[in-house]
Design a protein around this ligand. Sequence first.
Ligand SMILES: [Zn+2]
Length: 668
Amino acid sequence: MEFVRPRPNFPKKAVVTGGMPYGNKLLHFGHVGMAVRADIFARFLRDRIGKENVVFVSGTDCYGSPAVEAFRKLQQAGQYKDKTIRDFIQINHDKQYETFKNFEVSFNLYGASALGRSGEIHNEVSDWFVKALDNANMVSKHGSLQFFDKKNNCLLNGRQVVGKCPIQGCQSEKGYADECDLGHQYLPQDLIDPVSTLSGETPELVKVENLYFNLENCLPELKEWIASIERNPDTAPFMVKEIKEFFKDPEIYIKREYFEKLKEIKAQLPPHTEPEINEKAPSTTLIFAHLSDREKACEILAKNDIHYRTGKCMTPFRLTGDIAWGVPCPEIQGIKGQTFYVWPESLWAPISFTKTYLESIGKDKDEWKKYWCSKDAQVYQFLGEDNIYFYGPAQQMMFLSTQGKDWKFDAPEGSLQITKICPIKSILYMNQKASSSGAVKPPMADEFLKYYTAEQFRLHLMAMNLTNNNVGLSPKAFNPDAKAEDADPMVTEGNLLTNVYNRVLRTMFYTLQNNFDAIIPTAEIDESTMEICRKAILDVETFMYNKKFNQVFNIIDVFIRNINKYWVKEFNSADTKEKLAHLVANTMQFIAVADVLIHPVAPSGAERVADMIGLDKDKAFNWNNIFDKFYTWLDSSKQGKIVPIKEKEDFFKRHAWQLEQMYGNANK
Ligand SMILES: [Zn+2]
């Protein structure tokens, strides 16, 4: 019996989404890079399971203290004088959307958490969501300490305080009130050397009450989730490792210089263990069974001037705050007049965007559940590594908790399901970690389009192996050290289309124009041709399923290069018109399959080729037909007639800047 390799199971319906760009700035290449990878997958899914079954949404993350702080600084500098913060965010949102469109990112909806219809629906979803969590007994009130600026007589929100992150081993230079720019979360009282950005002075801590999601109670379900995915080939090992770090009991680390002081007060500390007591060790670890015990211990240590750091563990996840620029939170457990903290509401925002999109195309108000609450559906989230904690533990456990009091890991049909997280490592810029708040400023995304086509950018991003490595982006156009003769890494993959695929397409079109009156002849396609296509299609399908986009690129690369080789090898023996027709039929099969395989990454080019060949795009870009002969994909009204091309016509184009570099201004 022949071995038939199993094909991956795709869902009936899918949502594709990703991290949301903040509303306080325009997009740099990292935002677009992430969205392009999500777009490649969304476009693939549309071809694979039907475009009516795929919803690809994202939007501007409008609220929160970074936006307030950015707007305050701009107004202070004399900008946006007669504008509100809402106007400021709207302007940025519109520009963000424009940039995504320029890179051919095909959102069904690019919403905004504060603006328009998506903002209205987001308020309703937020109200529903927090009430569902409260009904499941998963919300608690906690008094927490918040920074207070005495000089300005005001509470300070997250970004208005900067200090050093207290998490052991953290390299961040920017620790905000309760999280650092690398995504660690901690209590405000643990932040080291806090400074108010308003006054430049050390702020005081005052007690405020907020609502929290009881994430610290979710360890069993969290472990079930990780156990259910850790052996899947589409799970990134670094994500599993990072989440497991939060499975530890609450720990405190204390350096040797404080050992003497620690001895004196040890009896006052709540119950704990200290596994390796060693006077000569550089530090010691205290382990607590309960988070509340660790918090008490921290207070005692601080009172006695013993410096410490805390380890990762599951902590309550803050839901609310007092920033006026936020989604209003309904009254819960007597707490009223608060707004949602920006992280939790951004986690359910894609649900709001899905509802907004489905409403805009006239669907029923419960239609979103077919995408988010069904075992037949799957939500795919494309994220940077810094967001794993939020979309991993925090989001998944909040989603499950909306079931009600007896919520469990295996969510029933009709309730929010666990999503599939597709994280990537960092895209480095000129081999450094670039961020808009860091020392190395990344170029804005639109800058790239002055030197590269969207197709070249997309192909380069696709070919990066980001599933377990950081990968560098070193565009020649931005590299002052590049020599004239150096190859440009940004266009390496694009050459596959602008050189190799262009060449075989031109050869085919000239052959048809010169020998067959520009009409595709009907001839037999060999079984061996169909088998080569079939193998490439199945490889692409598997690697796409596993989000190994660099492997997908490699398969397509070899496939397209082999079309040229096949043509060159067979051409000399095609010495009669009948034999030539046979060669054309086989080569056209390869060309058409290649066009379908590149469609997700180079959509407009692939569609142009389909139009010129005379394919019916609905039939061709539909995986239900992908193992059929290309003749069945032809638009019957065209009767096999191609659109004739002129001398040297390019199907896939280089950027004008690159042509100038190659041929000088004479080519203009
Ligand atoms: Zn940190």
